[in-house]
Design a protein around this ligand. Structure first.
Ligand SMILES: Cc1cc2nc3c(=O)[nH]c(=O)nc-3n(C[C@H](O)[C@H](O)[C@H](O)COP(=O)(O)OP(=O)(O)OC[C@H]3O[C@@H](n4cnc5c(N)ncnc54)[C@H](O)[C@@H]3O)c2cc1C
Ligand code: SF4
Ligand code: SF4
Length: 399
C-alpha cells in the first residue's frame, strides 16, 4: 500500500503536501462539494517517501505543537487610525506583516483574485504588496502557488487558518528551518463551500456585472456591524436593476454593492449560519479556542470589555516565546488581559449544521443557480426553526 496522500479525502485542503512533494505530483483541486483536496496526478513518479503524509495535519491526531498554550494575550489595535479602520478587526495582522518586512522577512498572506474568483496565498516583499492581504476573505484559500514560492533558506511570516499553519509547522520542522519562520493563524469559525461563493457571485453579478473587487468587512456602520460585503463590478448604470426586489443587496452607485449580514446578506447567512461548512471543520477541527501550532493567533475581540469600541479591536495571543518578542515590537496599542477575556465570544466547539443544510446542499450540488428569492426563503425558514418552541407555539396561536 502506498504511503502517500492518495487515501486522504475531505481534508483541510491546506495544500502543504503539494508544496512539500519534491516530485511535484500533487495537485490541489476543488472536490464535488467545493472544498480543496489533494490528488496525485502521476502515481508512477511517486517514490513513497511519505513526506506528504508527514506534513499533513489531517493525518495526525495531535497538533504539531501539542503542548503549546497561550503565553500572553492582548487587546490590540494599530496606532495608525487608517489601518485600524481598514482592517477586519484592529489591524494587527497588517502591522505584524509591516514590522517583519522591516526585519528582512517576506510575508505569505492571502489576497482575493477576481479573475479566478478565489482567495489565494501569495508573497509580499514590500508594504505596498502587503495591502491586498488586508482583510479577511471568508472563503478557503488556494495555497499552493504561494507556499511553493517560499524559499526555505529565507525568512517569512506565513499567515493562514490554524489547520494550514499546523501542517506548515510540520513542513518547516521536517526541513529543520523553523528558525526562518513566524507563523500566524486566527480564531477560525470554518470555511464555506466554494459552491456557495459561486452561487453568491452569480446573484451579485446580475446586478454589478463581472466582479473585480471584493472586501468582506466594512466598518462604515461600526466594527460590531462590519460583516459587510463591498463589491465592485464592471457593469454600467443603464444595465443595472436599481430596485433590488429581493431587498438583500443595497445598491449605492452604478457598479457597487454593499450588503450586510444584519440586513440579510445571503453569503454571510450561508457561511455563519453553518449551511455549507467543510465537513472537516465540523468533524475534524482540532484548533478551536486555545489550540494552535502558530506563534501568534489573532481575531476579533468580541465580548463585554470592548463592546463600545466601533473602530475595531484585535485579539492578539502569543503562543511561543518568539511570538511574545515580536508582539512587543508592533506599531500597536497593546493592553494585556487574561486569555479568557481576549478570547471571549470565540468558539470552543466546532461549528454546527443548520437544520436546513441538507436543502442548501441539494441546491449547491444540483449545479443549477438558484434565485436570491429561494436562498432568502431558506434562510428565513431556518431562522424560524431556530426560534424557541414557546415562540413558535405563540405564532401558531395567532394563525
Ligand atoms: C475563514 C475565516 C474564518 C475566521 N473566523 C474567525 C472567528 O471565528 N473568530 C475571529 O475572531 N476571527 C475569525 N477570523 C479572523 C478575522 O476575521 C480577522 O482576520 C482577524 O480578526 C484579523 O483582523 P486584522 O484586522 O488584525 O487583520 P488584517 O490585517 O485584516 O489581516 C487579515 C489576515 O488574514 C489572512 N487571511 C485573510 N483571508 C484568509 C483566508 N481565507 N485564509 C487564510 N488566511 C487569510 C491575511 O493574509 C491576513 O494576514 C476568520 C478569518 C477567516 C479568513
Ligand atoms: S510520497 Fe513523496 S513522492 Fe509520493 S506524493 Fe507524497 S511527497 Fe510526493
Ligand atoms: S474551522 Fe478548523 S478545520 Fe476548518 S478551516 Fe478553520 S482551522 Fe481549518
Amino acid at each position: 500500500m502506498s504511503n502517500n496522500i492518495s487515501s486522504i479525502h475531505n481534508c483541510y485542503g491546506c495544500g502543504v503536501c503539494a508544496a512539500a512533494c519534491a516530485k511535484k505530483i500533487i495537485e490541489i483541486k476543488l472536490n464535488d462539494k467545493g472544498f480543496y483536496e489533494p490528488r496525485i496526478i502521476n502515481t508512477n513518479k511517486c517514490t513513497n517517501c511519505g513526506l506528504c503524509m508527514d506534513v499533513c495535519a489531517f493525518n495526525h491526531q495531535e497538533l504539531a505543537n501539542d503542548e503549546q498554550r497561550p503565553l500572553k494575550s492582548y487587546a490590540a489595535w494599530s496606532k495608525e487610525y487608517a489601518v485600524q479602520r481598514k482592517c477586519s478587526s484592529g489591524g494587527v495582522g497588517y502591522e505584524l506583516g509591516r514590522t517583519l518586512l522591516t526585519q528582512g522577512y517576506q510575508v505569505c498572506g492571502v489576497r482575493y483574485n477576481p479573475e479566478g474568483n478565489r482567495a489565494e496565498h501569495y508573497i509580499a516583499s514590500t508594504p505596498e504588496e502587503l495591502i491586498p492581504a488586508i482583510g479577511s476573505k471568508y472563503i478557503q484559500s488556494y495555497t499552493v502557488d504561494g507556499f511553493r514560492a517560499i524559499d526555505r533558506k529565507k525568512k517569512y511570516l506565513v499567515t493562514g487558518t490554524p489547520c494550514q499553519m499546523d501542517s506548515f509547522r510540520r513542513y518547516i520542522r521536517k526541513f529543520k528551518v523553523e528558525d526562518n519562520f513566524v507563523l500566524m493563524d486566527f480564531f477560525c469559525h470554518s470555511v464555506p463551500s466554494m459552491l456557495a461563493w459561486k452561487q453568491y457571485l452569480h446573484i451579485v453579478e446580475q446586478t454589478v456585472g463581472k466582479v473585480n473587487y471584493v472586501s468582506w468587512r466594512n466598518k462604515r456602520t461600526g466594527w460590531h456591524d462590519s460583516w459587510a460585503m463591498s463589491i465592485d463590478g464592471e457593469k454600467t448604470a443603464d444595465k443595472v436593476n436599481w430596485h433590488d426586489s429581493y431587498n438583500l443587496l443595497i445598491r449605492e452607485k452604478k457598479n457597487y454593492l454593499y450588503s450586510r449580514l444584519s440586513q440579510g446578506d445571503i453569503f454571510y447567512n450561508l457561511f455563519l449560519g453553518d449551511f455549507c461548512c467543510n465537513r472537516a471543520c465540523q468533524k475534524e477541527c482540532k484548533y478551536k479556542y486555545n489550540q494552535s501550532s502558530a506563534d501568534i493567533r489573532i481575531g476579533d475581540l468580541w465580548g463585554k470589555t470592548y463592546s463600545k469600541n466601533e473602530d475595531g479591536v484585535s485579539a492578539l495571543v502569543a503562543f511561543t516565546q518568539k511570538g511574545c518578542e515580536i508582539v512587543q515590537q508592533l506599531n500597536c496599542q497593546l493592553t494585556e488581559h487574561p486569555f479568557e477575556i481576549v478570547a471571549e465570544g470565540q468558539m470552543k466547539q466546532n461549528c454546527h449544521t443548520a437544520h436546513l443544510a441538507a436543502i442548501a446542499w441539494k441546491w449547491l450540488l444540483s449545479g443549477k443557480y438558484k434565485d436570491a428569492k429561494d436562498w432568502k426563503r431558506l434562510i428565513l425558514a431556518e431562522k424560524v426553526l431556530q426560534l424557541p418552541k414557546r415562540v413558535i407555539r405563540k405564532i401558531k396561536s395567532y394563525l
